[in-house]
Design a protein around this ligand. Structure first.
Ligand code: SF4
Length: 734
């Protein structure tokens, strides 16, 4: 029998009748892929494709980006403001003016009764940078609360804190091109193929060409670990011990770069004294990596012409997350691996515009990486905005993770959540639920009316999403890229920028400060404020950014005026000696004693609980939970369990089980796999009423980021599998 080509059914690509492709930037993760959305003759978005000429993704998209146009028409979008007096009543649809009058009245009432800081604001990493800057103006300049933060405290705060402590400023010094120059790569708690698939593709392509060693430090055998030359299955929460031990070997064997240290670093002696305590034999007992491996990694890294480290939540979401980042920076500084091609500390950011909020939202200070603690920076911004500098607080207020406990204790009475969903994203769901119920007034501003936290809101404001509006995002490698408007927002939902501008009119200072309506005019203000700063974007414009498919900062007006094309100075930070952001121009080497303060497994709760992401979903599934294919590939919450542990517990692959911690319990499907060791389970964090019912989330002392990845649990078999399946389905469908 012949199986000629013509006998098979040919693959047919559906003709979606696309008449126009519109340029924009992906609104999920921080990789920053350039996307074109295809519109049909009715102007409806029907397809997405990667942009070939864009340096970041070079025509590729991951499974989230490919179906991203579907979020425009997904279920659950809000189309009218909703208001109620009490959270146990039904909502009533109201007009925007009424909604915003009520919101302003409630903010002013709460502040008058309990003080200015009794109303808190928690935003996101999802807005456009122009919106972040405007929200900062409103929060700092008009409402005047100091309890204003972003949900980036859950994902990037430790990276920010670690960069500031080591280099004197936030700002990732490297870029994706560094993969093409490095001779050794350590990935610390970063599972690129699932979390940042296109960065993984860039890394993999570079590795295939040059064959540099890839070392993965992760307690789980992640997809990246399966591709590694060396996998270091570290004991959870002990990264600092491993880092100190690697540095111990480097210094002991004289492999450090003395010239680089002398020219670029301060406090070397203090670091040297601390790492002397971490000989590989002692360290191996704590971090679980044998002494020979520690020595081999140290030699490999220090002897490489250029070596780089990347990291994600495995480092950041820990009680010593900030120290873990400083440890990576210490390692790169003593080996001369900052500011050179292939030598860098590159934090792989989470949300599409987590960098934009770090740079411009004023959450942790004032715009353009300015801080409240410096009087001259308060003066500069007050003058630019046209208000009295005394209106600003003189130091930063509470972070997101401290705002919720302050609601519990009655210090905070009102809260405004912008594009964030703490009922799914925060540790210890039961505690968060009780906290939200205590509020006098909760506003949820989100594109989706059915986001879980809306159940506890008094006011819901429907916002436009992603490419229903215009502005810029900054990606992991400091690349500013443009989101062009592709389609209109549904019903009466409005761009966040419009909402902030309209609310500002209801405050006294809102009449003094200019609130431009056009995103490009807001961008012009940011450009002015960026001149001479590390985050200098003065040479950029919306149109130039689109032409270039994104521009890395810094890109100055001087460079633009001289006709110098980007990336120029924006490729890497700290390429010259004496350019770190401390007054002496040097980076600090900071000793890191290890303090073991985590919840750890014991007789009652004998398993580590590890949490993380899946490639199909983004954060709390407010978007991807509505996209058919993303849901089809990853429909329900599950638990990875080692086959030996499963056998001992009498659990069969595919059965539902109950996971129990000191905070609560969750029902999930068991997936028997060697990806986790026998003393650990892994549950993805995307699903509502699931893993965060179990997590403790102790906080890092510097960044206040929670340790989502280190809790203790036990697992029990469930007899009534049908009831358990029903329970799991309910979680999925919510
Ligand atoms: Fe979007 Fe990130 Fe996927 Fe790129 S890798 S398409 S930015 S989700």
């Amino acid at each position: 029998m012949l199986f000629g080509r013509g006998k098979k059914n040919p693959v047919k690509i559906a003709d979606k009748g696309i008449v126009e492709w519109k340029y924009t930037t992906c609104g999920y993760c921080s990789t920053g892929c350039s996307i074109e959305v295809g519109l049909n003759a009715d102007g409806k978005p029907v397809s997405s494709r990667g942009v070939g000429g864009a340096d970041v993704n070079r025509g590729k998209l991951c499974v989230k980006g490919i179906f991203e146009h579907e979020i425009f028409t997904a279920d659950g979008r809000g189309d009218k403001p909703l208001l109620r007096n009490h959270i146990h009543e039904g909502y009533e649809q109201v007009e925007w003016d009424h909604a915003l009058d009520k919101m302003a009245d409630e903010i002013l009432r709460i502040q008058k009764t309990y003080g200015r800081d009794s109303f808190a604001i928690v935003s996101t990493g999802q807005l456009l940078t122009e919106e972040f800057y405007t929200l900062g103006k409103l929060a700092r300049g008009c409402i005047g609360t100091n309890n204003y933060d972003g949900n980036t405290t859950l994902c990037m705060a430790s990276a920010v804190s670690g960069y500031k402590r080591s280099f004197g400023s936030d700002g990732p010094p490297g870029n994706y091109e560094d993969f093409e120059h490095t001779d050794c790569l350590i990935a610390w708690g970063s599972n690129l193929p699932e979390q940042h698939p296109i960065i993984y593709w860039r890394m993999k392509e570079a590795q295939e060409k040059r064959n540099f060693p890839l070392i993965v430090v992760d307690p789980r055998v992640t997809m990246l670990a399966q591709n590694a030359d060396m996998h270091l299955a570290i004991t959870p929460g002990t990264d600092v011990v491993l880092q100190n031990a690697i540095m111990h070997v480097i210094l002991d064997e004289g492999l450090e770069d003395r010239d680089y240290i002398a020219a670029n670093c301060s406090d070397f002696e203090q670091l040297e004294k601390e790492v002397q305590k971490y000989d590989p034999v002692t360290a191996s007992k704590i971090c679980g990596i044998d002494e020979d491996t520690i020595r081999n990694v140290a030699r490999l890294y220090a002897n490489a012409d250029a070596a780089m480290s990347i990291w994600t939540m495995g480092i950041n979401q820990s009680t010593h997350g900030s120290d873990g980042v400083v440890g990576i920076n210490n390692l790169n500084l003593i080996t001369g691996n900052i500011g050179k091609a292939g030598g860098t500390s590159l934090s792989i950011t989470g949300q599409c515009n987590a960098m934009g909020t770090r740079e411009w939202s004023s959450c942790s200070g004032l715009p353009g990486y300015r801080v409240l603690e410096k009087p001259e920076e308060r003066e500069e911004i007050a003058k630019f905005w046209g208000i009295d500098a005394e209106f600003f607080p003189k130091q930063r207020g509470l972070t997101e993770t401290d705002i919720f406990p302050a609601i519990e204790t009655g210090q905070i009475k009102g809260l405004w959540l912008v594009a964030t969903n703490p009922m799914t994203s925060m540790a210890n769901t039961a505690r968060i639920r009780k906290t939200l119920e205590k509020l006098d007034f909760l506003v949820v501003q989100d594109s989706y009316a059915d986001v879980e936290t809306t159940q506890y809101a008094h006011l819901y404001l429907p916002a436009a999403t992603w490419a229903e509006k215009e502005g810029v995002f900054t990606n992991t490698e400091r690349r500013v890229n443009i989101v062009r408007k592709v389609t209109d927002a549904p019903g009466e939902s409005q761009a966040d920028l419009w909402i902030f501008n309209e609310l500002a009119k209801r405050f006294e200072n809102g009449k003094k400060i200019k609130f431009p309506e056009a995103p490009s005019d807001v961008f012009d203000e940011m450009r002015e404020l960026s001149r001479g700063r590390l985050v200098d974007i003065s040479g950029m414009s919306h149109d130039k950014i689109e032409t270039q498919r994104g521009i890395q900062w810094p890109y100055t007006s001087d460079e633009a005026d001289k006709g110098i094309e980007p990336p120029s100075g924006g490729k890497r930070l700290y390429t010259e000696a004496g350019t770190f952001r401390y007054a002496d121009g040097k980076a600090k080497l900071i000793p890191l004693p290890f303090i073991d303060n985590n919840e750890v497994p014991d007789d009652d709760y004998p398993l580590w609980l590890n949490t993380g992401r899946l490639v199909e979903h983004f954060h709390t599934r407010t978007k991807t939970g509505k996209v058919g294919n993303n849901n089809k590939y990853s429909p329900i919450p599950f638990m990875e369990i080692n086959p030996d542990a499963a056998e001992e517990l009498g659990i069969v692959h595919g059965e539902y089980v109950r996971c129990i911690s000191r905070r609560g319990d969750a029902v999930v499907m068991a997936m028997s796999t060697q990806r986790v060791p026998k003393n650990m389970i892994f549950i993805p964090f995307h699903f509502h009423d699931c893993v965060n019912r179990l997590t403790l989330g102790l906080l890092d002392p510097h960044s206040r980021q929670p340790a989502f990845k280190q809790s203790a649990v036990r697992v029990e078999r469930i007899e009534d599998q049908q009831a358990a399946a029903q329970m799991s389905m309910e979680m999925r469908d919510f």
